[in-house]
Design a protein around this ligand. Structure first.
Ligand code: FES
Length: 171
């Protein structure tokens, strides 16, 4: 009791640890209650020892930081865009990332691994309706990835894709 009365400020400043906390609870009177209230409202010290802790609460009704960040974007939960529809020529294709993305017919999009099934080179271009590997001149169909010439005997593995708005995404 006497401890609380002689050091009220120290108790308030250190109400979250050790002996002063005992003093707060031992006091349990007006001083203790005032200290607890003050500790709740204080935003200057005491939070530095908790990484990621903030004294600024999220206002009621606010969304979490990640929930409100998609406004106006093109993400609809279907995954990241692999390519823009407009970038893939009809009757041809593009190499983007790990994929060859083709449009064998208008509005039909396909995607294949860009790794040649012969000896693992990356294919280098899409031209004349085929996907071309520069290492030993294998060619693959833009429609189904099947080998069309050269030493490769296995098709390029296909990745299912679909159109989502202006983009091609994984299906
Ligand atoms: S690695 Fe592609 S043709 Fe040989």
């Amino acid at each position: 009791m006497t401890d609380v009365q002689t050091r009220p400020e120290a108790t308030c400043q250190h109400g979250r640890s050790g002996a002063p906390r005992r003093a707060v609870f031992a006091g349990a009177g007006a001083v203790g209650a005032a200290c607890l209230l003050a500790a709740c409202g204080t935003s200057s010290s005491g939070a530095g020892d908790e990484p990621g802790f903030t004294n600024d609460p999220i206002p009621a009704g606010s969304a979490s930081p990640g929930a409100g960040s998609t406004g106006g974007g093109d993400s609809s939960g279907g995954g990241a865009a692999l390519a823009a529809v407009a970038d893939v020529p009809e009757g041809g294709g593009i190499i983007k990332g790990d994929l060859v993305i083709t449009q064998p017919q208008a509005g039909t999009f396909k995607a294949f691994s860009k790794v040649c099934t012969h000896q693992g080179c990356d294919v280098s271009k899409v031209d004349g309706g085929v996907i071309f590997c520069p290492c030993h001149k294998s060619e693959f169909s833009i429609t189904d990835g099947s080998p069309q010439g050269g030493p490769a005997k296995q098709p390029l593995p296909e990745t299912k894709v679909k159109v989502d708005g202006d983009n091609i995404v994984a299906a």
